[in-house]
Write a protein that binds this ligand. Structure first.
Ligand code: ATR
Length: 280
């Protein structure tokens, strides 16, 4: 089985490590290679890649949207989001999907199933590509109230405009979100704020957070962001970024192999890996 990742630059990607572990857990022989494609040669290199007959591949920055004209088909969620992070080869046809949001929801369902069993009100912070995928996946998971707080209002409006009609959403400024954070059962931070090397930053201090709120941050470097640390001190239940990272990979792997792997052991392995306690 030949798998891989396209993007630019991709030297620090964790995907090879994760997918090699997934292959080992599934007892599959195969390879997962990096295809670092320079934007100037994107079309030519994609044509070459098609000749390689990969079983499937992941797509990362800056090609999640640019890949779309080169596909032969797309799953409905990826089409709605307008971004693809996973391509599978179906008899020579490239079919795109997006596992980011589904991976987020699956990891959340494992950690905090109660979120999906009650009327849960969600605050989504950020309105980029990741937020869009999470918004759709939460909606598909039955959540009906998802407010979006973003620095710029227009991007948040863009998500609500194309979102499923059964979801009620208000758009908030970051200041309003900080003030009203105690009205939500789930808070999901999706911006890059707080990512290494700027781990001293946070989007805002979660001072008004109610205890027992589930707080998630999709940033996984550092493993525990300042936002999560402060939320934890307020009594929040924490959901880590590396769980989403792992579960989007597990779901991509499932689309390629049909193997649905249990993420529990792998989650601990990934956590250790990120802490630098194990080596490749
Ligand atoms: P991704 O695809 O990883 O989600 P993106 O599409 O570039 O990345 O989106 C980045 C998100 O982080 C956006 O919501 C962005 O806010 P704007 O829409 O106003 O640009 C948010 N973001 C990035 N840097 C930020 C900062 N310093 N403060 C607040 N929000 C920030």
């Amino acid at each position: 089985m030949k798998l891989g990742l396209i993007g630019y630059p991709i030297g620090h990607s964790l995907s090879p490590w994760i997918h090699r572990r997934l292959m080992a857990h599934a007892d599959i022989n195969g390879s997962y290679n990096l295809y670092e494609i320079h934007p100037d040669t994107f079309s030519d290199q994609l044509a070459e890649l098609k000749q390689e007959g990969l079983t499937g591949f992941n797509v990362t920055v800056p090609y999640k949207e640019k890949i779309i004209p080169f596909l032969d088909g797309m799953d409905s969620e990826a089409a709605a989001i307008g971004a693809v992070n996973t391509v599978r080869n179906e008899n020579g046809q490239w079919i795109g999907s997006n596992t980011d949001g589904t991976g987020f929801v699956q990891s959340l369902q494992i950690a905090y199933p109660d979120i999906f069993q009650s009327d849960c009100s969600v605050l989504l912070i950020g309105a980029g590509g990741a937020a869009k995928g999470i918004y759709f996946a939460l909606a598909n998971g039955g959540i009906t109230e998802i407010d979006i707080a973003n620095r710029s209002r227009d991007k948040a409006e863009g998500i609500v405009d194309i979102g499923p009609s059964h979801v009620r959403s208000r758009i908030l400024s970051l200041t309003e979100a900080e003030e009203h954070i105690n009205s939500y059962q789930l808070v999901v931070h999706t911006t890059v704020v707080g990512m290494n090397p700027h781990h001293e930053n946070q989007i805002f201090a979660p001072t008004r957070l109610a205890s027992n709120t589930v707080v998630s941050d999709i940033v996984y470097r550092p493993l525990e962001t300042r936002f999560l640390q402060e939320a934890k001190q307020k009594g929040a239940r924490i959901h880590y970024g590396h769980e989403m990272l792992l579960h989007q990979a597990i779901y991509s792997f499932y689309t390629w192999t049909g193997h649905k792997l249990d993420g529990r052991t792998l989650s601990q392995e990934l956590e250790q890996y990120l802490k630098g306690e194990t080596s490749c």
